[in-house]
Write a protein that binds this ligand. Sequence first.
Ligand code: ATP
Length: 138
Amino acid sequence: VQRSLVLVKPDGVRRGLSGEILRRIEAKGYTLVAVELREATEEILAAHYAEHEGKPFYAPLVEFMLSGPVLAVVIEGQRCIEGFRSLAGATDPTTAAPGTIRGDLGRDWGLAVQQNLVHGSDSEESAAREIGIWFPSL
Ligand code: ATP
């Protein structure tokens, strides 16, 4: 059984979509292991987004992620890493498939960073790394 780190990003929390996103996760059959509303910090984001450092969208991404609280979530279930990414849909909310979180609920604000509602770990390795960053006690 896998675990994955999911974040409802500040746009999702601001728009009141945390419950809807958790509903979809639970409806899919995944278990909520940890759910915590919290403010990200520069340190946490530098670790979380280390692979993007130096990219043009990095600074706007960090600024966006600091713009309000995020809902940090650990989910558990059979193949939940791949499964949640499938629920989330493609990065760009305009082209994300209908039926997905980003496709149904995401909007393109025309900004330097895609405000695409959610993050989900993309491999077992990143899940372990990201859960360690956000929930060191798990
Ligand atoms: P996915 O891989 O499904 O896009 P992700 O959150 O893992 O999800 P990453 O490629 O790791 O995506 O990028 C991290 C975040 O940075 C994205 O979710 C998005 O908010 C932002 N981002 C990524 N690529 C771009 C881009 N080309 N332009 C603007 N923002 C971007």
